[in-house]
Design a protein around this ligand. Structure first.
Ligand code: FAD
Length: 578
């Protein structure tokens, strides 16, 4: 099948001709009405969070109450301000929204369903840019955002099309003086920011009444930093001098900066602009998955994440307060099965439905009210990793997407299609790899442990181009975030700026440490359930034949690095010459 090729001028163009797995675009999960981690271990799908509707509503309302401060906030602005929602689909701690409110008399929130993002292809290998599960998750985020904005006296204007075409015409129609949005760091998003700015230069807004006419103005794009726990302006160094070692970065920010407080909300964010909404075609509707293209095949296993800020607040409440899991996070975080071994905050963080500063404040509150220990700290430690990758993407730009990574490492990679497909579809003959890849396809999620193992296998055991793996993750992950995804993949591939260059994850060792009874593999590969527990990860001839030998097997280095190429000669990868 021939895929659309990205038109970005910033990265070279390649074309791959894969036979896409049938479940690729069209997956979703059935939610179970009530659930627990033990149920998910046994089989049924489990919702994350698993709160009932009333409880979820109460939790979200309570969080909104805590983050509303009628007295502290002043509104001194004039005219209309637009808020362009991007990867910040939340109301709590949304500085772009708050700044727009403070600088105007009326606010218009807008979301653009960009066809390049919802229907485009990944850059080198032409996989779908957004798999159906992430599209569904985002649709839920938009629906929830619309509801929350309505409760605060606003609404969400939804338009299908490119932001650089939609926003200037909306700004013109409502005479907006400013468009507020959150700043991004990666090239595709930066390009859109530039195009929107350029488009706004063509728009002129009249100022003042008829009696005091002033020179017309161009609306401007005001970009605000808001994706990280530590604010970029508070770093003790410019991003261009960011330390290349995580520990140095972490120690510097921990000792020299503090995390800013979450922005508080006024009681009402309204009104929206009074007359002009009908003139521009009304508020529009949040798209359905079907209207974006995909049909749906249901999976009845694994986790079903519910999109939206309300669900995110519910998950924080559930994991920290209701289930009291935070105090054990450091001990459980390397698990693979069930919803509660780790926070599962990542899908909401990636869509911006959850602010990392909100998590930080909840950790501090928990530490005061319950317990402060290594585990409570470790969630912040992991969020600093997330910050670090975001700042690295600002420092290194497109180098994080390049084969040689930020260090420009030169090495040979295979683009063997058959090997890649066996990895992608969970048919490698290694249960631990296959189970993780099937979980990814079925749910859009994989544990951090699993991600490191499948990355190491693709890169080190198969010798396959790491970007194929990264782009497949880009398609599938609910929590896909370019900085974290490509940052982690460059580390895993040994091309990131990581001092530990050879991150080899031995499958037998990982299986014995993290799935000693084969519960995880038997959950995703039911054919292994009948085997003795200790054999499930090592089923021998009773399972699919292994597609490659391991590079290191019990400490002995593989002699046969040509194995892949000899067995899989037909590489259908084609470089497209411009
Ligand atoms: C190859 C590979 C690709 C990855 N791609 C992504 C991605 O696209 N998006 C993404 O959010 N994470 C990515 N990660 C990081 C990590 O696996 C996920 O953030 C984590 O598994 C999400 O589950 P959780 O929320 O329960 O994490 P927890 O263990 O509960 O951690 C709390 C939060 O800390 C952050 N965090 C934890 N570990 C990392 C890390 N290594 N890098 C960056 N942030 C981290 C996440 O925001 C996470 O939600 C990737 C890791 C690997 C090895």
């Amino acid at each position: 099948m021939l895929h659309y090729i990205s038109s970005s001028p910033l990265r070279p163009r390649f074309l791959l001709l894969p036979s896409p797995p049938s479940n690729l675009r069209f997956l979703t999960m059935s939610a179970s009405p009530s659930s627990s981690s033990s149920r998910s271990v046994r089989g049924a799908a489990v919702s994350v969070p698993s709160l009932g509707a009333d409880e979820a509503c109460a939790v979200a309302d309570e969080a909104f109450r805590r983050y509303t401060s009628p007295s502290l906030l002043r509104r001194g602005g004039v005219g209309v301000a637009v808020v362009w929602f991007r990867n910040d689909l939340r109301v709590i701690d949304n500085e772009a929204l708050l700044r727009a409110w403070a600088a105007s008399e009326a606010v218009l929130p807008v979301y653009c369903v960009d066809p390049r993002v919802f229907a485009g292809s990944t850059h080198y290998f032409g996989f779908p840019k957004k798999g159906a599960l992430r599209a569904q998750f985002l649709i839920e985020c938009l629906g929830d955002l619309k509801q929350s904005l309505r409760k605060k006296g606003l609404d969400l204007l939804v338009r299908h099309g490119k932001p650089e075409e939609i926003l200037p015409s909306i700004a013109k129609a409502v005479s907006a003086h400013t468009i507020y949005a959150h700043k991004e760091t990666c090239s595709e998003e930066l390009l859109v920011e530039r195009l929107v700015s350029k488009g706004l230069e063509q728009v002129q807004i009249a100022q003042g009444g008829a009696s005091v006419p002033k020179r017309p103005l161009n609306p401007r794009l005001q970009l605000i930093w808001g994706a990280t726990m530590y604010h970029i302006d508070d770093l003790p160094f410019p991003v261009s001098s960011l330390p290349d070692v995580y520990t140095q970065f972490r120690k510097a920010v921990e000792s020299k900066c503090s995390v800013r407080n979450c922005a508080k909300l006024p009681t009402s964010l309204g009104p929206p602009p009074s007359s002009s909404i009908d003139e521009i075609g009304g508020w529009g509707t949040v798209p359905t998955l079907e209207s974006l293209g995909p049909s749906v095949t249901k999976s009845e296993k694994g986790m079903h994440f519910i999109g939206g800020e309300s669900a995110a607040l519910g998950r924080v409440h559930e994991y920290f307060w209701k289930k009291d899991q935070l105090k054990d996070y450091k001990v459980t975080r390397n698990g693979m099965l069930g919803p509660d071994y780790s926070t599962k905050f990542s899908p909401w963080l990636a869509s911006g439905s959850l602010s990392p500063r909100y998590i930080c404040e909840e950790v501090k509150r928990y530490e005061k009210q319950r317990v402060a220990n290594d585990s409570t700290y470790w969630v912040l430690f992991e969020l600093i990793w997330r910050d670090y990758f975001r700042f690295l993407s600002a420092k290194y730009g497109n180098a994080i997407f390049h084969l040689g990574g930020p260090r420009k490492v030169v090495s040979k990679w295979s683009q063997d299609q058959a090997l890649f497909e066996s990895w992608r579809d969970g048919r490698t003959g290694y249960p631990l790899i296959d189970a993780n890849m099937r979980e990814l396809s079925a749910t859009g999620y994989m544990s951090n442990r699993g991600r490191q193992i499948v990355c190491s296998f693709l890169v080190r055991d198969m010798g396959v181009d790491w970007r194929m793996g990264a782009e497949w993750f880009e398609t599938c992950l609910l929590d896909y975030d370019p900085a974290s995804n490509y940052g982690n993949w460059t580390y895993g591939a040994g091309v990131g700026n990581d001092p530990r260059e050879d991150r080899y994850f031995s499958i037998p060792k990982q299986a014995k440490s993290y799935d000693p009874e084969g519960e995880y593999v038997a959950y995703w590969l039911p054919e292994l359930r009948s085997l003795a527990k200790e054999r499930r990860n090592f089923p021998g001839a009773s399972y699919i034949r292994q597609v490659v030998p391991l590079k290191f097997d019990g400490g002995n280095q593989r002699k046969d690095q040509q194995f892949n190429r000899q067995r899989r000669p037909n590489n259908v990868y084609i470089r497209q010459v411009k």
